[in-house]
Write a protein that binds this ligand. Structure first.
Ligand SMILES: [Zn+2]
Length: 75
């Protein structure tokens, strides 16, 4: 489900909310439904995690498997 940013035309309050198909959100501040949908789609930032994406041996990305990785040295 997409999350859209809105600005309330009634009170000017800006907010973002999940929008299910066909539903019209209302302003959490004044409950108006006269909202202007902002162009920007709010996406959850994906936080890079070196611990989960890096090689298990702890070598820098790109070094593993090229001969310089201690995890492969004794193979
Ligand atoms: Zn409002």
């Amino acid at each position: 489900m997409p999350i859209y940013a809105y600005q309330c035309r009634s009170c000017g309050h800006e907010f973002s909310t999940l929008v299910r198909g066909g539903e019209t959100p209302e302003c959490p501040s004044c409950a108006a439904v006269d909202l202007e949908r902002q162009l920007s789609l709010i996406a959850k930032p994906v936080e890079p995690s070196a611990a989960s994406t890096g090689p298990a041996c702890g070598a820098p990305m790109g070094a593993c498997g090229t001969g310089g990785c201690p995890a492969f040295a004794g193979d």
